[in-house]
Design a protein around this ligand. Structure first.
Ligand code: IVH
Length: 667
């Protein structure tokens, strides 16, 4: 293998890894900017050396956000991305190339580049029939149920001059205010925070429960319409038309006749965008005339008639004094840069995230380095580079990621394919022990009236080393501690007493078994109505449960395989907590729908869809999202989807309305 071929191979492998970390693991280890530069380098090499072409090269695809839980559908028109630029020179190049290729007058439409997650809506006869994520560009997830909850997306188009079939593409966004609210809530509930509104929006869209999606107040802007018959022959006029159909189109779209108008638009929005309620990360320039667009055409990945200019995130330079490491509740070790205080985007920054060991390594960090700190869409500022020019002659100590847990000394582990290091000493590492207790007492678990500081005090005093110890506390013990008085001590004792009534599913959630969140705990409690049954459950039985995949099943098995966990559960039982589903709850379950697979479609008057779903499960039936030969009934409300109706009729499946259904259960 010669040098060029080796270089191409190495770049491909490197980019593939970044892609995997970003799209599959959701833990990026490189900045978008650096990724784009490397990708461009590879593109250039491949172009110069077509003999080393490979259809599987990272240059030949757009990233994937496919997830297994939604039905995957093929896009009628592939969802391409845009070429990215970071400099005005490249914008000029784009403009001049366009002028040269067209060799006639042209207009450029300048738009904001919204930083969310892209979506393609299909309207047929003016009704929203499908909403698909980008996926790998060719196929995406059908997230229609979730998109229907977004208020700014019309379910029916207004007016009557829309084409029979039209595809409308845009960006789903979580507004800043909503993002802050959501993260605050997650902080209270000790759930991991979303890094930025984009992740929050795409995470929300992939939620299995549309009710949660609806509660998060997503927004959307649309910027591209596609179809066999379009209303106008320019992009700009098509968007105006779409706006008249009730589609949310940004009002900051401008037609530009010259390069300097384009630069003015860029400069204006570089600062003004900070006042917008949603995140933007650049501007998009598009040739206005559809005829000219067609003439310019596409490369394998993106249109030649459009380009994205990305804004430079706000940066500051400061000195790196020290790197410290934080151990989270789940054992993840996060490196933190301690900096000379510096003003950045209106706040003083003293600490910044260094993400993970790979980033530290790729930056070749040394103590005393002058580092670039950036505040992009992220809440926590991050180090994006080192000013190597400003490096002192005498280099400071090289920063090396620690090998042992800073809290308990246990050697760290790094699961294959993951970017993070973990401390595996789950039951012996103080922040993890305290974290488990803090989780146990939260509102959604045992709802015991204490916060992290009290947990800290109780732990330090040696009174509480795990959740079960809480139930051995005596008012007299508490009074020996600082800040405790008769009243507060009594309150805690009462709160502990109350918590004995908490239902089994919340006790199960409170154990903090990895990946067993609230919903999964509910599902497990239903399938295994006592702790004993759950402890005895096999892998096969576990994965049979709705919403339980292999990862969760393995985690449950691991949990109960550890004697220390079984001992904890035993002591919690001795303390009088509910270890099985209450009789009344069990009694509400019937077998009336045993074995029946039911599809719910449309909207209902008497109960919500969620309530009907719960009723089906309570009575032994199974919910399914799509109509197939296995479907026994369709519970149909108003506006049942036409595709479902047609399929049901074809397969001869019985369709019942809500009255029929309720009668069936009342029998
Ligand atoms: S046009 C074929 N316009 O940026 C061109 N995209 O890398 C289709 N985006 O996938 C895209 N704001 O998710 C276009 N005003 C805008 C946009 C925009 C945000 C996103 C979109 C696209 C990505 C391009």
């Amino acid at each position: 293998m010669n040098e060029t071929e080796a270089k191409i191979k190495a770049l491909r492998e490197e980019l593939e890894l970044y892609n995997y970390q970003y799209y599959v693991l959701n833990t990026p280890t490189i900045s978008d900017r650096d990724f784009d530069f490397k990708l461009k380098e590879l593109e250039a090499l491949e172009k110069a050396h077509p003999e080393y072409a490979d259809p599987c090269s990272p240059t030949r695809r757009v990233g994937s956000d496919l997830s297994k839980d939604f039905e995957q559908v093929t896009h009628q028109y592939p969802m391409l991305s845009l070429g990215n630029t970071y400099s005005k020179e490249e914008v000029r190049d784009f403009y001049e190339r366009t002028a040269r290729l067209l060799n006639e007058p042209f207009e450029i439409v300048a738009e904001l580049k919204y930083d969310g997650t892209s979506i393609s809506l299909l309207y047929e006869k003016g009704r929203l029939v499908r909403a698909i994520t980008r996926g790998d560009g060719t196929r995406g997830d059908d997230v229609t149920v979730n998109v229907r909850t977004i208020r700014s997306i019309p379910l029916k188009l207004r007016g009557n001059d829309y084409p029979e079939s039209i595809e409308i593409r845009g960006e789903i966004l979580l507004p800043w205010a909503e993002f802050d609210r959501l993260n605050k809530e997650r902080e209270e509930q000790e759930e991991p925070l979303f890094a930025n509104p984009r992740n929050a929006a795409s995470g929300t869209l992939k939620q299995q429960n549309p009710a949660i999606v609806a509660s998060r107040k997503l927004d959307a802007y649309f910027y591209y319409i596609l179809g066999k018959e379009l209303p106008a022959d320019t992009h700009y006029d098509n968007l105006q038309k779409a706006r008249s159909w009730g589609i949310k189109i940004s009002s900051f779209i401008r037609k530009c006749m010259t390069l300097s108008e384009i630069f003015n638009y860029i400069d204006h929005w570089d600062t003004e965008r900070k006042k917008l309620p949603v995140a933007t990360d650049g501007i998009v320039l598009k040739v206005n005339s559809l005829r000219q667009q067609k003439f310019l055409g596409f490369t394998a990945k993106s249109p030649r008639w459009a380009i994205a200019y990305k804004f430079q995130a706000e940066q500051a330079v400061t000195r790196l004094n020290r790197v410290t490491y934080q151990v989270g509740r789940t054992g993840v070790v996060t490196p933190v840069a301690n900096l000379d205080p510096v003003l950045l985007a209106g706040t003083t920054v003293k600490r910044a995230s260094l993400h993970n060991a790979d980033i530290i390594e790729s930056l070749d960090l040394h103590i005393g380095d002058k580092v670039f700190v950036e505040k992009g869409g992220e809440i926590i500022p991050k180090i994006v580079g080192v000013d190597t020019e400003a490096r002192p002659m005498l280099l400071g100590e090289k920063v090396r990621f620690i090998r042992n847990c800073p809290e308990c000394g246990t050697p760290l582990i790094r699961p294959e394919g993951e970017a993070a290091y973990y401390c595996p000493n789950e039951l012996g590492c103080p922040p993890q022990i305290k974290g488990k207790i803090e989780h146990f007492v939260t509102r959604k678990a045992m709802n015991i009236n204490i916060g992290p500081e009290t947990v800290e005090d109780l732990y330090n005093a040696g009174y509480v080393k795990d959740a079960a110890d809480l139930y051995t506390l005596k008012a007299a013990d508490l009074l020996r501690l600082e800040r405790w008085a008769e009243k507060s001590a009594q309150n805690l004792i009462t709160s502990l007493e109350e918590s004995r009534k908490v239902p089994f599913e919340r006790v199960l959630y409170g154990l903090g078994i990895r990946y067993v969140g609230e919903t999964v705990a509910k599902r497990l409690a239903k399938a295994f109505p006592s702790m004993e049954k759950l402890e005895e459950a096999s892998f096969e039985l576990l994965v049979d449960v709705d919403e339980v995949g292999e990862r969760i099943a393995r985690s449950v098995l691991n949990y109960f395989a550890d004697e220390r966990n079984r001992d904890l559960v035993y002591r919690l039982k001795e303390a009088g907590l509910s270890m099985s589903v209450a009789e009344e709850t069990l009694a509400a379950h019937t077998d009336k729908l045993k074995g029946a697979t039911i599809v719910i479609s449309g909207t209902f008057a008497k109960h919500s869809r969620e309530e009907y779903k719960a009723m089906i499960e309570q009575n032994g039936g199974k919910n399914s999202g799509s109509v197939s030969a296995k479907t026994d009934y369709i519970l149909a409300g108003e506006n049942m989807g036409p595709a479902k109706l047609e399929k049901a009729e074809k397969l001869g499946i019985k369709i019942i309305n809500e009255e029929d259904f309720l009668n069936l259960l009342a029998k």
